[in-house]
Design a protein around this ligand. Structure first.
Ligand code: A2P
Length: 267
């Protein structure tokens, strides 16, 4: 890889180099991209990995949730564009054929094994926090483990909901999981800063019952519901408090329980 001065610096052994296969821009501040999956790269659907670019002699890496399922030949990601962000200010300009760096150690708690068995799975996301759920809704095991999968996506504006709607549609058309996804997966969108059929923060919609009214479904039940949450630090804190008040217990890889949280990465 060459830096701006054309000096070639080899990437460190902790990362692989992968060629970009697709880029799609959604808004001025949101884009998605895919790259080849490095040989021998293994992960569990819902995990994150370090992604980046060479910055002179050093790699510049940030954590990104992998938005494609564990069986896919490509790795997909969904990112914000931060004008002054050290990585995303450059990453937003990548094109098909460019090279990105992919870390070799995927990890994370938004994995099916961190939850005890249940009937309904709620995937609660805000902003780019929908990315790990784009992976899990194309994972066959999600539908083997749950009777119903409800993905909630809350953003400030409707334009920010387009990626989530596309990945749900893609899951329903998917040759591997399409039939199961069509039968079991529901997407609920809410918007907080403009008019929308369902308006308000997800915490408010759970607390005032509007989410369940909208779904025509029973309210939260810690016996049979399982919850995964991905969003900003403020959203995680608010949802964690809400889940615990409803009798849910936070799980981890080492100790599965009834809900798990992970910060949506930025920068
Ligand atoms: P709001 O517009 O009322 O702040 P962001 O773009 O800042 O990451 O926010 C994504 C979504 O998360 C927005 O719809 C935002 O609502 C919502 N949000 C922000 N803070 C909280 C919180 N503490 N609890 C629930 N939702 C939140």
């Amino acid at each position: 890889m060459a830096d701006q001065a054309g000096i070639v610096a080899p990437p460190p052994a902790s990362v692989s180099v992968a060629r970009v296969t697709a880029v799609k821009h959604y808004t001025d501040s949101l884009f998605a991209f895919s790259c080849e999956r490095p040989a021998s790269f293994r992960f569990r659907s819902g995990e994150f990995v370090m992604i980046g670019l060479m910055n002179g002699p050093k790699p510049l890496l940030r954590a990104y949730s992998i938005a494609s399922p564990a069986w896919d030949e490509q790795l997909s990601f969904y990112s914000i564009k931060v004008p002054d962000g050290p990585l995303t200010s450059r990453l937003q300009h990548i094109k098909v054929g460019d090279e990105v760096l992919v870390g070799k150690k995927p990890t994370g708690t938004l994995v099916l094994d961190a939850l005890t068995p249940g009937k309904r799975l709620f995937l609660v996301s805000t902003g780019t926090g929908v990315a790990p759920f784009a992976s899990l809704i194309r994972e066959p095991e999600t539908y083997e483990r749950y009777e119903e999968v409800i993905l909630t996506h809350t953003c400030r504006t409707a334009a920010e909901l387009v990626y989530g709607a596309e990945v749900v549609e893609a899951a329903k058309q998917d040759p591997l999981v399409g039939e199961e996804a069509s039968a079991k997966l529901r997407l609920v969108t809410s918007v907080t800063r403009e008019a929308h059929p369902l308006e308000g923060r997800i915490t408010t919609l759970i607390e005032n019952g509007a989410l369940f009214e909208h779904l025509g479904a029973a309210p939260l039940n810690p016996e049979s519901d399982r919850i995964m949450i991905c969003g900003s630090a403020a959203v995680l804190q608010a949802m964690k408090t809400l889940c615990e008040a409803h009798g849910f217990i936070e799980g981890a890889n080492s100790e599965p329980a009834s809900f798990v949280i992970e910060r949506a990465f930025a920068g």
